[in-house]
Design a protein around this ligand. Structure first.
Ligand SMILES: Cc1ncc(COP(=O)(O)O)c(C=O)c1O
Length: 354
């Protein structure tokens, strides 16, 4: 009887004794923020991405906001943003006094469709998303300053190069549904010394670190506490292991679902997927999603078609984004999913669509 089985969780952070001990050690020091753990965490992130700098901040949204600010654009300038993404990607552009111009996505890759891009006189930058960890084909994008929304793409490689190192700045999230988590947290990676300086300054109210005597511009408080960085350091050290476990779970789903009429997620040949989420596409998604939930299987929609939200309603239509918004379904996805849970999820899908 499926209704007596425990729920299959959508996400479950892979944290334990090492993270707990690291938090306790920070608490002992009494230095809860802006201590040594921030720089240590940043060094791990920069090493993983192969960039000169990583600046850790309070969330993925903060990372995106500061990266957009660091572009130094003029009010009213336009930034291209995929129409299917987590809304923060566009929100940070709008809240920086710029105009997010939506671009449709390829309904198979779920990433921006380069053939749909129109560059006008006010188009000054592009924010490309490696959605759910699938590397975007950045080489097909127009020659514009590029910010990568790599929120879910830590450890992903495009043509052998780490996501987060492919543009001016890469933005990561450490929300609990991400491969590496700090609870809340984010980071900007960059090779550009000036971009890194501007972001460090804006993260800390506008003071110019480390020995601030002047505040050249107003800033924000987007700092991340040492306590959270202490969680992030052992997580980063386990990134290869965490990503391998997620890759194994993704392969387990794909093997079980391959004969069904669903679109399975994958990366381009030769790329490494970051596997933030495992999102399939299928007909009649709402019925299947509701039935899975009724069985205790915590499936979820993929993400949002921005033109179908009040804030961005005036820019449509975007058929690719509408299609994946209606058909996308994220399956339970975390490192402690068992083979029998994979069987349970995929058997349930099979019986609902066959
Ligand atoms: C593609 C994308 N961009 C940005 C964000 C925002 O990150 P955060 O929740 O850490 O602010 C997310 C979070 O889910 C995301 O998936």
């Amino acid at each position: 009887m499926t209704d007596t089985l425990p729920p299959v969780r959508l996400g479950k952070p892979d944290v334990g004794a090492a993270e707990l001990a690291a938090v306790a050690a920070v608490v002992e020091t009494g230095m809860l923020t802006m201590g040594p753990k921030v720089a240590e965490f940043e060094a791990e992130i920069a090493k993983a991405c192969g960039t000169a700098h990583a600046v850790a901040v309070s969330s993925g949204t903060a990372a995106l906001h500061l990266a957009v600010i660091a572009l130094g654009l003029e009010p009213g300038d336009e930034v291209l943003v995929p129409a299917y993404t987590f809304p923060a990607t566009a929100n940070v552009v709008a809240l920086s006094g710029l105009r997010p111009v939506l671009v449709d996505v390829d309904p198979v890759t779920m990433n921006v469709d380069p053939t749909k891009i129109e560059v006008g006189p006010k188009t000054k930058a592009m924010l490309a998303v490696h959605l759910f960890g699938r590397p975007a084909r950045v080489e097909e994008l127009p020659d514009l300053p590029l910010i990568e929304d790599a929120a879910g793409a830590l450890g992903a490689l495009h043509r052998g190069r780490p996501c987060g190192s492919l543009g001016i700045a890469g933005c990561f999230s450490f929300h609990p549904r991400k491969t590496v988590t700090t609870g809340e947290g984010g980071a900007v990676t960059t090779d550009d010394d000036e971009v890194a300086d501007v972001i460090r300054q804006w993260r800390h109210h506008g003071w110019r670190p480390p020995t601030a005597t002047d505040m050249p511009s107003p800033g924000l408080n987007y700092r991340i506490p040492d306590i959270l960085c202490a969680i992030g350091i052992p997580q980063m050290q386990r990134l290869p292991e965490l990503l391998a476990a997620r890759t194994r779970i993704a392969a387990g789903y794909s093997e079980r679902l391959q004969d069904l009429p669903v679109v399975l997620p994958e990366a381009d040949a030769g790329d490494v997927h970051g596997w933030q989420a495992y999102v399939i596409q299928l007909d009649d998604r709402d019925r299947v999603l509701a039935a899975l939930r009724a069985q205790g299987i915590e499936a979820q929609i993929g993400t949002y078609a921005l033109h179908r939200l009040g804030a961005y309603r005036d820019q449509g239509p975007f058929p690719g984004a509408s299609s994946v918004f209606e058909r996308g379904m994220a399956l339970p996805f975390h490192t402690s999913l068992t083979e029998s849970e994979l069987d349970r999820v995929t058997d349930a899908i099979r019986s609902l669509i066959s």
